[in-house]
Design a protein around this ligand. Structure first.
Ligand SMILES: Cc1cc2nc3c(=O)[nH]c(=O)nc-3n(C[C@H](O)[C@H](O)[C@H](O)COP(=O)(O)OP(=O)(O)OC[C@H]3O[C@@H](n4cnc5c(N)ncnc54)[C@H](O)[C@@H]3O)c2cc1C
Length: 211
């Protein structure tokens, strides 16, 4: 923890174990990357995956985001998982269950082709486990068009909110229901591509994603 990542607001929600960081990052397939561009803040959602002690991002070599990030700017990457609505007896005390993480640092470019392939496989397997080995190899032109960035997980914070409604005693007799409504995200039924040829079956690994 650094002075920048010390959680001051409701510090009892801070979680400092690196395993908790890994769990939050692994559960979140999307991150928001915040940085300053031309003197103004921007915050861009991108797919993200953890590979050991680094966070991986990839995108077009032509994108403003990736060209700027590769130039060595500092970023704050945030992931947010929404787990529930906390219905307290007052609007003031109502809140949400969440797990969130913030990672600070300067991303580095993964430029060697062999390293890039390792990173692309790690990302694909994080998002779509079991699929990489079933896909054709990336083409040279695809690799050339793709920038991969890594952000070392050195400076980070995790905040987890999972408590009951925290109403003051004078509100407990209010005649309204109070409690938590959990939120879950799940996969649906696979929809074949309209131009699917040759009748390949739905891959068995999809069962693992959905169970
Ligand atoms: C789904 C969701 C909804 C939220 N809704 C609200 C809201 O409506 N109003 C509100 O005031 N706050 C809300 N929060 C909490 C919010 O993210 C901040 O934690 C809070 O506003 C305090 O910000 P701060 O900069 O004053 O915190 P500080 O504690 O001063 O921040 C210091 C450091 O703590 C770390 N930190 C702070 N917040 C987080 C976080 N959420 N996750 C990981 N690390 C963190 C960072 O490293 C930061 O640099 C919400 C959080 C989530 C995930």
């Amino acid at each position: 923890m650094t002075e920048r990542t010390r959680i001051r607001r409701i510090p009892e929600k801070a979680v400092t174990e690196v395993a908790a960081l890994h769990r939050v990052l692994d559960a979140a397939k999307v991150a928001h990357v915040a940085f300053v561009h031309d003197g103004a803040p921007v915050n861009i959602p991108v797919a993200t995956a953890r590979d050991g002690s680094r966070l991986l991002l990839h995108g077009s070599t032509g994108s403003r985001l990736f060209r700027t990030l590769a130039s060595g700017v500092g970023v704050c990457v945030t992931v947010t998982l929404l787990d529930g609505m906390v219905l307290a007896r007052s609007a003031f005390e109502s809140s949400m269950h969440y797990r969130s993480a913030m990672v600070f640092g300067i991303p580095g470019e993964v430029s060697e082709v062999a390293d890039k392939l390792v990173a692309l496989e790690a990302m694909t397997e994080a998002w779509m486990p079991g699929r990489w080995a079933t896909l054709r190899a990336p083409l040279a032109k695809e690799l050339a068009a793709t920038m991969v960035l890594e952000l070392v997980l050195d400076e980070w914070s995790v905040k987890i909110s999972d408590g009951d409604p925290d109403d003051p005693p004078e509100d407990l007799d209010e005649p309204v229901w109070a409690g938590v409504l959990p939120i879950t995200t799940s996969y649906g039924v696979p929809v074949p591509a309209p131009d699917l040829r040759g009748g390949p079956p739905v891959p068995p690994y999809l069962v693992d994603w959905t169970s």
